[in-house]
Design a protein around this ligand. Structure first.
Ligand code: FAD
Length: 397
């Protein structure tokens, strides 16, 4: 028993949309991805913790070795202010970059003959018992049997389907950036290349880890050292000011590379110089274009709606402390694949898929909120413990 001969429209062609697109095409369904961006997405991503659900399609279905698309570290290391080691624990993590994962998922999809249309901005959805219709900003529309909404944190579909679901600012942002290993002093690159390195100070944490180079290179020297620094900004003027670029535009969730105002970059660098271990402030000093992602919470208790479903960041939005955003998008896609392989009709499959996916998101949101509170409010995240490990589910990977 399985759903067959179905037309699938996927809105959003990033990691969530592409994972679902690849899997549903493998199932023999007639899939088209509609991406808002007029140009191929590229070159904007920094590091991602590469958890099993994020890597699963490329490893299981494309036979790509995990070590060919990710770096790995064998230690979790916490530093004292003077740079000496406060705590150390052996633990294997894999890290990749948005670019590397996107490139591989995109070429798998293209090689399988998948249709991917750029410049297609969806505006909403209509459906009855038999079909769903996606409307686009250019006035066109497409009919489908299943609509997968993978349009990210600002999802137009979520806004339409769950008008009361609003995201809440968590009180802090992540300053992020990366620098090539060979642009750092050799000993700095070597020390930061073998571990995920944390430093905690009052109401703030920074973590640093190696990721593939911009072209996917895993060669030492060409890899990047990536940092994520959580810093508190009060909601209102304080947040608005840091998210405002030189031309006065206020950016909503992400202030892209090159857009942070010089006074904020200077303040961030001065803070790093004064308050962080030199090993880490060296990376910040060497990063040319740091960028910012504001941290939000948004939990929902329904992800399937008749013939439509919300996947990835279009569904639950959680804080990044579990490094599980791409893994959750992957799990949503695999769950969809399994449900459509099991049930005869799309509404039945989605009804079975929904509670499992809602539960994954609910628990992940709870854990990441707890971790954010420990870091940014209580300041008592002092040593690595099991709650702080990167993973999608409370138990398991
Ligand atoms: C360019 C880019 C770089 C990223 N870099 C990182 C990173 O370095 N580290 C990290 O952890 N996460 C990064 N992310 C986010 C990460 O990919 C997501 O958290 C996670 O993979 C879930 O992906 P998603 O596909 O659900 O959402 P997203 O990756 O946000 O993708 C949503 C997609 O939908 C498209 N879209 C939005 N609205 C519409 C619409 N109305 N109609 C059609 N299409 C629409 C967007 O253009 C985008 O391609 C990045 C996302 C993007 C787009």
């Amino acid at each position: 028993m399985a759903v067959t001969n179905a037309r699938v429209a996927i809105a959003g062609g990033s990691l969530g949309g592409l994972t679902a697109g690849n899997l549903l095409r493998d199932l023999g369904l007639d899939v088209t991805i509609y991406e808002r961006s007029p140009h191929e997405l590229s070159e904007r991503g920094a590091g991602i913790g590469f958890l099993p659900d994020a890597a699963r399609y490329l490893v299981e279905r494309q036979g790509i070795a995990l070590d060919d698309i990710s770096t790995s570290t064998g230690l979790i290391r916490y530093l004292h202010r003077d740079g000496t080691v406060a705590h150390e624990r052996e633990h294997r993590y894999h890290f990749s970059s948005w670019n590397t994962v996107f490139r591989n998922l995109r070429s798998s999809y293209a090689n399988g003959g998948g249709r991917y249309e750029l410049g297609r901005e969806a505006t909403g959805l209509r459906q009855d018992a038999d079909t769903a219709t996606v409307d686009f900003a250019d006035g066109s529309s497409v009919e489908a049997d299943l609509v997968v909404c993978a349009d990210g944190v600002g999802s137009v579909f979520r806004a339409q389907l769950l008008p009361d679901a609003h995201r809440t600012y968590a009180g802090y942002v992540a300053w992020r950036g990366m620098v090539r290993e060979d642009e750092l002093p050799l000993d700095v690159a070597e020390q930061l290349g073998i571990a995920i390195t944390y430093y905690f100070h009052a109401n703030s944490q920074i973590l640093v880890y190696p990721i593939p180079g911009a072209d996917g290179s895993l060669e030492p020297g060409k890899r990047l050292i990536n940092f994520v620094w959580y810093r508190n900004y009060k909601e209102g003027d304080d947040l608005t000011d840091v998210m405002t670029d030189e031309s006065g535009v206020v950016h909503d969730t992400t202030l892209p590379p090159g857009f942070a105002r010089p006074e904020h970059v200077a303040e961030m660098r001065a803070h790093a110089d004064a308050r962080l271990p030199a090993l880490i402030s060296t990376v910040i000093e060497a990063t040319r274009e740091p960028f910012i992602q504001a941290v939000y919470d948004l939990s929902i208790d329904q992800m399937a709606f008749g013939r439509a479903c919300l996947v990835g960041d279009a569904g639950v939005v959680m804080r990044p402390h579990a490094a599980a955003g791409t893994a959750k998008a992957g799990a949503n896609g695999w769950g969809l694949y399994e449900a459509l392989s099991t049930y005869d009709t799309i509404p039945e499959a989605l009804a079975a898929w929904d509670p499992q996916q809602v539960e994954i998101g609910r628990k992940l949101a709870q854990r990441t909120q707890r971790l954010g509170y420990r870091s940014q409010v209580l300041s008592n995240w002092d040593a690595p413990d099991d709650d702080t490990l990167f993973r999608l589910r409370d138990e398991g990977p």
